[in-house]
Design a binder for this molecule. Structure first.
Ligand code: ZN
Length: 65
């Protein structure tokens, strides 16, 4: 059985990886957290990372087009 979930509500509790552009460290954040923030401090190097959708990696490994 497949449920149709509105895209803007689907993954609020899902964790996605936000990748630091400086050191490539990937930090897991929930979509709900990301919606409330526009920047993240990288715990590995301290760089402030602008959170943009292009930086998200939503578990689609090996299928980058
Ligand atoms: Zn970093």
């Amino acid at each position: 059985m497949t449920k149709s979930i509105p895209a803007d509500r689907a993954f609020n509790d899902d964790e996605i990886g936000v990748r630091c552009l400086f050191c490539a460290h990937e930090t897991r954040k929930t979509v709900g957290w990301i919606r409330a923030h526009t920047q993240m401090e990288c715990p590995a190097c301290g760089t402030i990372v602008d959170i943009e959708s292009k930086n998200f990696r939503v578990g689609r490994i090996g299928n980058e087009a």
